[in-house]
Ligand binder design. Structure first.
Ligand SMILES: Nc1ncnc2c1ncn2[C@@H]1O[C@H](COP(=O)(O)OP(=O)(O)OP(=O)(O)O)[C@@H](O)[C@H]1O
Ligand SMILES: [Mg+2]
Length: 503
């Protein structure tokens, strides 16, 4: 029943110390619709939804579910109100099966047989009804990321979620997985459930949502019926000025080979070979993009090249020199910089202040070292400079890294690595979770680095990004390079098929 409210948020305020993250936020989501929430990094999107789900307590304001005021003091209250949330970082136990994960934390738990059988029946019913195929008895650790996400959704639905909140759900998905998710979301709303979707991808907003709420600097600045707006207007509403949705790119002028990889093999912690004999070169002044469904060895390839993971076989040469020792420090000293895919796990220490994160890995640089102790002033000034250049908000070198929104953490890592002016930049998912204004900015920076004659090896799950940036595209399937395409000959469909091993 369109028009009837599933959720109303009225005048919510939220402070983090002196940071006013939500300022009188009011929004309304109609039952049976998909409602988009967009806004720049740090606009307060995750904060307001974490309040609705009971992860955070608001300082003022109220929440109404189905027209009734409710008090939500934790996720349990939210669930009791029929609210479920799927997080960017999944909260599943790898060694448990799908069924056990769905049951985890529910009254009775996984130990009770009758409960288990009833849950299995419910799971199968939900899978059928909403197209959420996953095998109930598979351990979650074996599943690709798209399937894990479906487990999270099943878990919420099994607990009776009528309203499902998804915070940037497609950041880690392939285009095919994202299409699958969209079919699920449409099936949910067709059955009268309600979906809130936080995303930076305006294409998803246009394709999927019925209405969209725009946030900027803690406030709601606009609401539109999706049919009555477009990408340009939404971009402008988010940023407060016109944003170009395309970057200009000059043709590449490749120079000598900077990186030459031969026969590289990498084995993961469990002894499984993830990179199975990769040869590739990257020249000065070019961006080589690696496209692939996540989990096909791209991450391990990048990590091995950065010295974060041992290579089992093969050689890696930098600038024609004898094979390099793959050790992070030695590599850094030879002009290799690395933006890891998973900033939370390896790019940052979230408990550290931003100023420390801004020099992570470069602590032994003379510029930051006084005679005995680190020169605190130099470090802080360096961090403030990076924050200005990359528009990291808030400009607070002393704030713990965890206090920055996802996109702002990402900008901090990129600033640190790009501004070293490396000869070779290894970069994974550079714009994951980053807002459109910042994406254009980061793309420009990467192209500028290329135009300055530097070599860039780019791994990205965003085909649009690979097509925008790469001068050559390598497709990785099952630990091997399955083919090379020139961007001019590639479109998203063709690449998607190659990535699926069907090209
Ligand atoms: N735990 C926290 N402690 C301190 N400040 C925080 C905390 N969580 C969020 N903030 C601040 O609140 C503001 C809003 O952050 P929020 O995570 O809601 O942004 P967002 O719109 O989700 O951004 P993004 O698109 O980058 O995910 C930001 O300024 C952020 O730095
Ligand atoms: Mg967020």
């Amino acid at each position: 029943m369109a028009g009837e409210p599933a959720l109303e948020v009225v005048g919510i305020d939220k402070w983090f110390g002196a940071n006013h993250a939500n300022r009188g936020v009011s929004l309304r989501v109609e039952r049976g619709t998909i409602h988009g929430i967009i806004g720049e990094n740090g606009a307060g999107k995750s904060t307001i939804m974490n309040i609705v789900y009971g992860f955070l307590r608001p300082d003022a304001g109220e929440i109404r579910v189905g027209g009734r005021r409710v008090t939500i003091t934790g996720p349990r209250d939210a669930m009791a109100c029929g609210i479920g949330m799927v997080h960017q970082h999944f909260m599943l136990v790898d060694t448990f099966t799908v069924l056990e994960n769905v049951l985890l934390g529910v009254e009775g738990g996984a130990r009770l047989r009758p409960g288990l059988e009833r849950a299995r029946a419910d799971l199968l019913r939900l899978e059928r009804e909403f197209g959420l195929e996953v095998e109930p008895d598979r351990p979650v650790g074996d599943l690709p990321v798209g399937a894990r996400q479906r487990v999270e959704i099943l878990k919420a639905l099994h607990r009776g979620a009528e309203l499902l909140i998804l915070d940037e759900p497609t950041g880690v998905l392939t285009p095919q997985e994202a299409d699958h998710l969209f079919r699920v979301l449409r099936a949910l709303t067709a059955a009268g459930r309600t979906v809130i979707l936080i995303t930076h991808k305006l294409r998803e907003i246009m394709e999927l949502t019925d209405a969209v709420t725009v946030m900027r600097a803690g406030r709601v600045v606009a609401r539109r019926a999706t049919a009555a707006t477009g990408r340009e207007e939404l971009a402008e509403l988010m940023v407060g000025r016109k944003v170009p949705l395309r970057v200009d790119k000059r043709p590449a002028a490749p120079g000598p080979v900077v990186l030459a990889v031969e026969g590289l093999r990498v084995t993961d912690g469990a002894g499984v070979e993830r990179v199975r004999g990769v040869d590739l070169t990257v020249r000065a002044g070019e961006i080589v993009g690696i496209a692939g469904v996540s989990g096909n060895g791209q991450s391990e390839l990048l990590e091995a090249l950065a010295g974060m993971r041992p290579a089992a076989a093969g050689t890696v040469r930098l600038g024609g020199a004898p094979p390099a020792r793959l050790d992070p420090r030695a590599l850094r000293r030879r002009g290799v910089a690395h933006v890891p895919e998973d900033r939370q796990r390896v790019g940052l220490v979230t408990a550290f202040a931003a100023r420390e994160s801004a020099i992570l890995g470069y602590h032994d640089d003379a510029a930051y070292n006084g005679r005995v102790l680190m020169d605190g002033r130099a470090v802080r000034a360096h961090c403030a400079g990076l924050m200005d250049a990359y528009d990291v908000r808030p400009r607070a070198p002393d704030l713990p890294t965890a206090g920055f929104s996802g996109g702002n953490q990402q900008k901090l890592v990129l600033a640190r690595e790009i501004e070293r002016n490396p000869d070779l930049l290894l970069v994974g998912q550079p714009t994951r979770g980053v807002d459109i204004g910042a994406i254009a900015f980061i793309h420009k920076r990467l192209l500028a680095l290329r135009d300055a004659g530097k070599a860039i090896l780019l791994v990205s799950a965003e085909l649009e990004e690979i097509l925008t940036l790469a001068d050559r595209i390598l497709v990785m399937v099952d630990g091997r390079i399955a083919g090379e395409v020139a961007p001019a000959d590639a479109d998203e469909r063709r690449l998607g098929l190659m990535m699926a091993g069907a090209g």
